[in-house]
Design a binder for this molecule. Sequence first.
Ligand code: ADA
Length: 570
Amino acid sequence: MKEILLNDNWLFHKENEVESCVTLPHTYNAVDGQSGISMWRGKGFYKKEVLFSEEDLKEKIFLEIGASAMKSTVYMNGKTICHNTCPYAMYRIALNEHIIVGKNLLEIVTDNTATDEVYPQMADFSFYGGVYRDVKLVFVPQQLHFDYLDGSRDGVQVRTQKLDGQKWEVTVTGCVINEGKDCEGEVKVSVLDRQGVVLEKTLSMYFSEKQAFTIRTEIDHPHLWMGVEDPYLYQVQVEICTKDGVEETRSIATGFREIKIDPEKGMFLNGKHIKIRGVARHQDFGGVGNAVSKEQMEEDLSLVKEVGANSVRLSHYQHDDYFYRRCDEEGILVWAEVPFISILSESEKADENIRQQMERLIKQRGNHISIYCWGVQNEITIAGETAEIHEKVKAMAAYTKQLDPSRYTAEANIYSVTNESPLNRMADLVGYNLYYGWYYDKMTGLQQRLDEFHMACPDVPLLVTEYGVDTNPDYHSYEPKTKDYSEEYQLLFSENALKAFEERDYFVGSYVWNLCDFGSANRDEGGKQGQNQKGLVTIDRKIKKDAYYLYKANWSKESFVKLAGSRFVN
Ligand code: ADA
């Protein structure tokens, strides 16, 4: 597979504006690091000339758009070739029938105004518009290739599963597309560790138009993926072979890990107890909004590592593939989710859209070994619990399980969901977003809530999927109290929560809301417009708030001793 990045030299304009030259990733809403209360929502027009030679057209060519928001229409030489309504997912378009040798005009029109084609249109984050991830041309062999139009990213899906003893199974599924004459051949799977090939398995096949395959193979005593302690990865190489040789190859990173969750004892990664010490992350960076570069993703990853977190909740939608890949490599467990959030969808179109977002999430990110669960809803009952909502969540959990039975399903409930609610039995893992001491009650309400839940539902594994307080690093207080936005209150609040989580053996883990401040167009509080300030770090990543160091001290005791000396350690 050959790839050519098309990120440079796009002509861009908003409705009623003059054109300028932009480079992707790009959004048209993030101005001066603030998404702003009056964030502009409308259409963005992108265009670019793309050249193809006769040689190019001998291959199968796909246009791959990493993500564009919120809905997008793609045109080639004036003709519509795609309409996309999954704003967080990658999409591909087969190009050959739409292009000519020489100059071609590629146009993408994005629109981030509210529409029921895309779910949701209201939430506590900003709905940026634009072509905000990489755009590329992907060239694969004209006749025999993997299926790149099945909504997946890699064209093949790899899963590993523990069998008896130290035996593990590797399952590779996919589909071979044959656009030429029917022929015989084989699909070959090789599993490689850092030294080289450790096992191979081939499946003889007859390639007609579209040939699905499943190849299973077993491995003894693999080197396990142990999270941050030892994130050992294998490569699974999948080849389409004919008598003429290897036609196409894909290489997928994978690992061997089994996660068991016991509602009494917590989480075990390959038999080792691990408490989730997590942070949630939005794809939002001061000045660029969702058009986050690889360097900026690396910056976030460094913050996650430095603070000593072992997991991230990539909220509330599919993030860039690069971030999941780096989590595989660094051993950071990932809670992945779709924005089935805040209000119940009100049209069939919206319902269908959120299902499609889940399907794309699982197909596109499912090969990442760091992902341990799929979040099926977040605070969906904010406007009240109804039988209709229950039905929809149940259906979403079942659909998710059907798409990927190898992983847990999970929910993030709002505090008002009672211990008796059927929502607590719809997904494998139950999380609560708890803001005791901020939106309601006092801080210590947290401890009471956790224990009451555990008493009422001792068979349900419990997480806290959000907790946090808005904090402006310019605000300080001698007598910190709720809603004063001071660094000191964030410290008190975090100290209470950290203690509550560490003291409870049954407790699976928690996610701080949020790693960094993020754009939220409708907010105007705590001295900053258009931002949710619950981050441990500011939106421009320039200031680590005091609470960041509190977490670092608690979560990375060893590095803290080295940095600060023993006087802080009891
Ligand atoms: C909810 C919601 C989040 C977040 C939070 C807050 O819990 O799930 O998206 O923004 O509120 O800060 O109020």
